[in-house]
Write a protein that binds this ligand. Structure first.
Ligand code: ADP
Ligand code: GN1
Ligand code: MG
Length: 372
């Protein structure tokens, strides 16, 4: 099959490298991820059609694709066993990596792009925004469960795929550098947002300080728990499979809790331009808190639970300074689809942070209710 106008050169070479059954009949860009280039590919076999997810890994972000894929394969093989023991379906409840014809986990093409293939999980839905409290509750249980399923995974064996990924003080320093450099003269368009971010430096180290003092435990966490990194079963409408495992690394439970809240408990989209539509929905915050703690099945310590609101605030703030730094640096990290996209994204995050500060006592009271 000749692929018309492929979004990436070398896509045909990449597809040919994998051991896919049947004849290739369709390839199209897929999903709304900000990082990798994702394609849905369909092949026709004697038994019907089969679908796969092909991804060109973003190797300017993930500097070591080999280590990245080692993590993904080791974690998914581990999860397959846990899921089987629990009586689940490992072909649908975790990602499954398809090997190349040479038996490798990924393929490096002749232009040094790195490609991988997963089985496409059929009859699933991927949500870009919370449609019902029940979906959000299910996602919370699933993310809590994910952390629990990996509780005994040997964390030392995981490669750190992005250094200091949720190290907020380090993200703050990167942000400061971007402001000082003001490489393409955009800082003047974002003076208010820059001031908002700089005023909150003192919060940045709160969780890592508690970790250093031994007051919070290190766990294996997903680290990118936004709602579109989970697939829902389209028949049962239940959360089925956690995807996007590129950043599974040792971390704090607050990272997974907080990133879900910043994306899913907001009343608007991550890139909403009308900030009057952006608030923290306290009912959704409560729904997620309940589900996440149930999913973790009592494994979180009292201190961890007490600090969950700080997790929500810090993950939202951190994402805001990452979007804003990228805007100042010329949109080199997150994919953008319109002018000022990263600035709009930063604004929603900061609006949410401000709203969390206003609702702080109520967030704390909700968490207290589930502490038991
Ligand atoms: P990114 O790192 O760019 O966010 P993801 O791995 O999250 O990339 O994939 C992007 C999108 O592709 C997901 O949000 C989801 O819609 C879809 N997707 C990824 N893997 C699968 C899969 N195995 N089965 C079905 N859909 C998938
Ligand atoms: C990116 O890969 P994706 O689109 O699920 C980013 C997250 C951000 C998120 C903001 C590896 O997530 O850290 O929170 O965008 N992933 C990476 O939407 O940087
Ligand atoms: Mg994703």
């Amino acid at each position: 099959m000749k692929i018309e106008n492929p979004a990436c050169a070398k896509i045909e070479e990449a597809i040919a490298a994998f051991d896919l059954e049947g004849k290739l009949v369709d390839v199209k860009p897929y999903g709304n991820g900000h990082i990798n280039d994702t394609f849905l590919i369909t092949s026709q076999t004697g038994q019907g059609s089969r679908r796969f997810i092909l991804q060109r890994m973003n190797h300017s972000i993930f500097k070591n694709p080999q280590q990245l894929m080692e993590n993904v394969v080791n974690v998914t093989e581990y999860l397959r066993e846990v899921i089987s023991r629990q009586g689940g379906d490992p072909d649908r409840e975790t990602l499954n990596v398809v090997k190349t014809r040479d038996g490798a986990n990924y393929y490096e093409d002749s232009s040094h792009n790195f490609w991988r293939v997963f089985l496409y999980i059929e009859r699933t839905l991927c949500l870009e925004q919370v449609e019902s409290a029940k979906d959000f509750y299910d996602s919370a249980v699933a993310f809590g469960n994910f952390q629990r399923m990996l509780a005994d995974y040997p964390a030392r064996d995981l490669h750190e795929t992005i250094l200091n990924f949720h190290n907020t003080p380090s993200r703050f320093r990167d942000f400061q550098k971007a402001v000082q450099a003001d490489k393409i003269g955009r800082a003047e368009n974002a003076m208010q947002e820059i001031a908002f971010a700089l005023e909150r430096e003192k919060d940045t180290g709160v969780l890592l300080d508690l970790l250093a003092e031994g007051k919070l435990p290190l766990r294996v966490t997903h680290n990118d728990t936004k709602l579109n990194n989970i697939l829902f079963d389209s028949d049962t409408k239940k959360a089925l499979c956690i995807i996007d495992l590129d950043t599974v690394m040792p971390g704090l439970s607050h990272y997974d809790f907080g990133d879900s809240i910043r994306f899913g408990a907001s009343t608007g989209a991550e890139d909403e331009k009308d900030l009057s539509k952006i608030e923290l929905d306290l009912a959704l915050f409560e729904t997620f808190t309940k589900g996440f703690l149930e999913g973790c099945k009592g494994s979180l310590t009292e201190k961890e639970i007490e600090m969950l609101p700080m997790g929500a605030k810090l993950m939202t703030y951190e994402c805001g300074i990452r979007f804003l730094a990228d805007y100042l640096e010329g949109d080199v990290y997150f994919k953008i689809h319109r002018e000022d996209h990263n600035l709009d994204r930063a604004r929603t995050q900061f609006k949410l942070v401000a709203d969390m500060e206003a609702k702080w006592d109520r967030m704390a009271a909700i968490v207290e209710k589930y502490k038991k």
